[in-house]
Design a protein around this ligand. Structure first.
Ligand code: BG6
Length: 364
């Protein structure tokens, strides 16, 4: 049942901290802090490259995975939504990693992409919540999330569970490729293991998120901005808002705004910015200033240090715990999803069963 929550989505949002913790526990030995992945019949050190594919929120998790794999493991990564990837017929290096991400393990587009990647001689590695699924059976390696059943059609906890797996996989590949020092690997693992506590703190920011939701609920269009690894978080925020509140939202890489969507900005378009102080903050700040100068109403997710600099620019600020840049996309996703939920509540939509959407889409 809903355990006293109003919707499954609300319950599942509150499960983020536990789900992140459980997922990490399964692949990080609590005593030695060594990564323990399932057995693979190929060496991570020998992967020439990776191709990531998925649909919906899982695709955005993949985008974050790409930033990590490129930056930490120096592994070349190609990524596309599953419904496009196979029809592009991309040239693939044999024995690369085909990395699939899916909560259900049954999404027809992702499954078809899996089969196409197998035909191209890729090692098939799937990040799945439902391991006893078609994709689970057809994969060489299954990296399980420990998210438990996700009932709400809009994905929440599965997303942070996917990211937790991808983060650890990145560190494992970086270690195998010797692109990371032991010290940095231990530091990143420690910041991951610290995440459940930081994630729990997000729920003490409910009031600030609700104040933001009150503004967004009145809007017809909303712009989400982020840079670098926070751009996919903006994409996830915009998708969630569209899915459950039916408000049109668009996400843009903050630096790209001036090349187009800046023409949309006026008093009626709230601008949600994902801006942790450790990630391209000055660049993001100057992009926000451009938006503010055109009358845009800035709604910022940042930390205490970022809030200092945003005080005169942002109309609403949600101040989040200070975390390492590596794990920031996981933490920042949570309040951004909570924001969509709070807006949907105000709109009175069918939060758990949005119109026209299904939990698992088994047609291509
Ligand atoms: C969509 C769901 O249809 O499928 C999304 O509405 C989900 O919430 C996407 O992210 C992918 O699903 P899965 O099960 O492959 O992760």
């Amino acid at each position: 049942g809903k355990d006293g929550y109003r919707h499954y989505m609300e319950k599942e949002l509150h499960e983020h901290p536990v789900v992140i913790g459980q997922t990490l526990q399964r692949i990080i030995d609590p005593v030695t802090r060594q990564i323990v992945l399932p057995e693979m019949d190929f060496a991570l050190s020998e992967l020439p490259r990776a191709v990531i594919t998925a649909c919906g929120s899982a695709f955005y998790a993949g985008l974050i995975g790409r930033y990590w794999l490129e930056a930490e493991a120096r592994l070349p990564v190609d990524i596309d939504v599953a419904s496009e990837l196979r029809y592009r017929n991309p040239p693939l290096t044999p024995l690369g990693m085909g990395l699939l991400i899916s909560q259900s393990g049954e999404t027809a587009d992702t499954l078809a992409a899996l089969r196409a990647l197998r035909a191209e001689k890729q090692h098939i590695v799937s990040v799945l919540n439902v391991e006893a699924s078609t994709m689970g059976r057809e994969s060489d390696v299954v990296l399980g999330m420990v998210a438990g059943p996700e009932i709400s059609v809009a994905s929440t906890k599965a997303f942070t569970a996917q990211l937790s797996v991808l983060a650890v996989l990145t560190i494992a590949i970086a270690q195998a490729r010797e692109t990371i020092s032991d010290e940095r690997a231990q530091h990143l693992l420690a910041s991951l293991l610290d995440l459940p506590s930081r994630a729990a703190e997000v729920f003490s920011r409910q009031e600030a998120i609700q104040a933001m939701a009150a503004v967004i609920a009145e809007a017809r269009d909303v712009l989400y901005l982020g840079r670098g690894i926070c751009f996919p978080v903006a994409l996830e925020g915009a998708l969630k808002l569209k899915e459950i509140s039916y408000i049109h939202a668009e996400a843009y890489a903050a630096g790209e705004m001036k090349h187009g969507p800046i023409s949309l900005i006026d008093r009626d378009v709230p601008i949600v910015v994902i801006a942790p102080s450790a990630i391209l903050f000055d660049k993001t700040l100057s992009n926000i200033q451009e938006a503010r100068a055109r009358g845009g109403r800035i709604m910022a997710f940042t930390d205490a240090k970022g809030a200092e600099r945003l005080r005169d620019i942002a109309e609403q600020i949600v101040i989040l715990p200070d975390v390492d840049a590596f794990v920031a996309p996981i933490l920042y996703t949570i309040p951004v999803q909570v924001l969509a939920y709070e807006v949907a509540l105000r709109k009175g939509t069918d939060v758990d069963q949005p119109r026209n959407l299904a939990k698992s889409v088994t047609v291509e």
